[in-house]
Design a protein around this ligand. Structure first.
Ligand code: ARG
Length: 456
C-alpha cells in the first residue's frame, strides 16, 4: 500500500508493533459504510466514473457478506482494517479498487470509523441502562413501603424505604444516560474529507458523505478532524461515571448479602460457591462489577495519557485509542447486564432490614423534630434534649419508642403534656413527605414519574 519509496519491507517486530488489525477489525462495518459513502460521493462529483463506483459498491457488499460469515482475516502485513479491506477489494474487483482512496487518507478514515463505532456503542449502552432502570423501578414499586436503615458513615442514621433507596440509583442512571446522549450529540460530526490533515484539492462534497453516514454535518477544521479524540475520551468519562455508580450498588449488594447484614439473598443464578467451604454463597458477580469499574477508569486514564502530549495532527500513538474504548465498552456492557439481573432477581429480607432500621435510636431526629414542632424548642436545644433521652435509653437498655411521657418530663421538666411522639420507624418514614423525601407517598409519585419517563 505504501511500499513505493522503500527498498525492503518492514522487519518482523516492526510489523508486529505496527499492526492494529488484531483489535481494529472491530471497526469493519463502519469502515465499509465509510468507504461506500466516499465512493458514492466521488462518483457524484465526477472524481471517479460510475462504472468504477458500481464495481467498488459491489465489491464492498461482497466483503461485508464475507466478514459477516467468516470474520475478518487478520493479516499483520496489511496493518489495519482499512488496508485489509482495500486489499480484498482489489482482489475482488481489480483496478477500480485502487481509485477508492482518492481524496482520502487513513487518518480521516479511521477518525470517521471510530466516531461511527462509538455512536453505535452509546446506543447499546443506553438500551442497557434503560433496562437497568426498569428493573430498579419494578423492585422499588414492590418495596415502596418496605423499611430499611438509611446510613451515614455506615452507621444507622434514619429509617428510609427500600423503594426510595433503589430509586436513588434510577436517578444516577438517568444522569448517566443523559451524559452519554450529550457525548453522542457532540461526536456526530464527520471527519471524512479532512484527508491526511490539510483537506484535499479534489472537488469533494463533505456534506454529502456526512449525511450518508448519519452525521449532523462535516467537522469545520481538517486538522482538528484527524487529530482529536475528545469524543473517545468523553465516552470513556461517561463510561467511568456509570461504572462508578454501578460499583457503589455492587458494593452495597456485597455488604447486604454478608451475614452480619443479612439484607438480601442472591438467587442461585447470581451466586457462586467455594471449592473448599461447602456452605459458601458468594456474590462474585457484584464483586466483579466493582472490580471492572477500576479497569474502566484505567481505560479512561490510559487514553488521556496517550493524548496529552501529542502535537497536531495525526500521530501513530493514536492507534492506541481503540483498545481502551473497546475494553471499557465490553466491561461496562457486561456490568450493566449483571446489575440488571441481580436487581431483578434478588430477594430482599425485609424483616431483617426493618429490625436493623429500628436499631441505633434511628428515630432520634423524629423526637427532636417533635420537640421543635409541638413544644416550640429551638432545634439545637431539641437536639440536646434528645441526646439526653438517647443516653437514658442506652443506660436502661430500651429503645426510643419505649420511652414514656414521665421519662421525658424527668429530662425536660417543661414537658407537661402526656402526648408522646410517634417514634416508630413506620411513623418516621411516613412523616418525611418533603419533595424527594423517603415517605412511601413521595416514593410512589417518583415511581409513577419514572414509569412515564421510561415509556416516553
Ligand atoms: N491504523 C491506524 C490507526 O488506527 C490508521 C491510521 C494510520 N495513519 C497513518 N498515517 N499511518 O490510527
Amino acid at each position: 500500500m505504501w511500499g513505493g519509496r522503500f527498498g525492503a519491507g518492514p522487519g518482523d517486530i516492526m510489523r508486529e508493533i505496527n499492526a492494529s488489525i488484531p483489535f481494529d477489525k472491530r471497526l469493519w462495518q463502519e469502515d465499509i459504510a465509510g468507504s461506500k459513502a466516499h465512493a458514492q460521493m466521488l462518483a457524484a462529483q465526477g472524481i471517479i466514473s460510475s462504472d468504477d463506483e458500481t464495481a467498488i459498491q459491489q465489491g464492498l457488499s461482497a466483503i461485508h457478506a464475507e466478514y459477516e460469515a467468516d470474520g475478518v482475516p487478520e493479516d499483520w502485513t496489511l496493518e489495519d482494517i482499512h488496508m485489509v479491506t482495500e486489499t480484498r477489494l482489489r482482489a475482488l474487483v481489480g483496478e477500480p479498487a485502487a481509485r477508492l482512496h482518492t481524496a482520502r487518507s487513513r487518518n480521516d478514515q479511521v477518525a470517521t470509523d471510530f466516531r461511527l463505532w462509538v455512536r453505535v456503542a452509546i446506543g447499546r449502552i443506553d438500551s442497557g441502562l434503560k433496562a437497568f432502570q426498569s428493573a430498579l423501578v419494578a423492585r422499588a414499586d414492590e418495596h415502596a413501603d418496605s423499611i430499611m436503615p438509611g446510613f451515614t458513615h455506615l452507621q444507622v442514621a434514619q429509617p428510609v424505604t427500600l423503594g426510595h433507596h433503589l430509586m436513588a440509583y434510577y436517578e444516577m442512571a438517568k444522569r448517566d444516560r443523559s451524559r452519554f446522549a450529550d457525548c453522542a450529540h457532540r461526536l456526530n460530526q464527520s471527519p471524512l474529507g479532512a484527508a491526511a490533515l490539510a483537506g484535499t484539492s479534489f472537488p469533494i462534497d463533505r456534506a454529502a458523505t456526512a449525511q450518508a453516514l448519519g452525521f449532523d454535518g462535516p467537522m469545520g477544521n481538517s486538522l482538528d478532524a484527524v487529530s482529536d479524540r475528545d469524543f473517545a475520551l468523553e465516552f470513556l468519562t461517561c463510561a467511568t461515571q456509570t461504572a462508578l455508580h454501578l460499583s457503589r450498588l455492587a458494593e452495597e449488594m456485597i455488604l447486604w448479602a454478608s451475614q452480619p447484614f443479612g439484607f438480601i439473598l442472591l438467587p442461585d443464578a447470581w451466586s457462586t460457591g467455594s471449592s473448599i467451604m461447602p456452605q459458601k454463597r458468594n456474590p462474585d458477580a457484584a464483586e466483579l462489577v466493582r472490580g471492572h469499574a477500576g479497569r474502566i477508569m484505567g481505560s479512561m486514564t490510559s487514553l488521556m495519557v496517550t493524548m496529552k502530549g501529542l502535537p497536531l495532527a495525526y500521530s501513530k500513538d493514536m492507534q492506541d485509542d481503540k483498545p481502551p474504548v473497546f475494553e471499557a465498552y465490553d466491561l461496562l456492557s457486561l456490568s450493566i447486564a449483571a446489575m440488571t439481573g441481580m436487581v431483578g432477581n434478588v430477594t430482599f429480607q425485609t424483616a431483617r432490614m426493618r429490625e436493623v432500621a429500628a436499631s441505633g435510636f434511628s428515630t432520634a431526629t423524629d423526637l427532636a423534630d417533635w420537640l421543635v414542632r409541638e413544644h416550640g424548642l429551638a432545634f439545637r436545644d431539641a437536639h440536646h434534649v434528645t441526646g439526653s433521652v438517647v443516653k437514658a435509653c442506652e443506660e436502661r437498655g430500651i429503645t426510643l419508642d419505649a420511652i414514656t411521657s414521665n421519662d421525658l418530663a424527668a429530662i425536660y421538666p417543661q414537658l407537661q403534656e402526656s402526648d408522646l411522639p410517634d417514634l416508630s420507624v413506620e411513623g418516621s418514614v411516613a412523616s418525611r413527605t418533603s419533595a424527594g423525601g423517603t415517605a412511601p407517598v413521595r416514593v410512589r409519585e417518583e415511581i409513577a414519574f419514572a414509569k412515564k419517563e421510561l415509556e416516553a
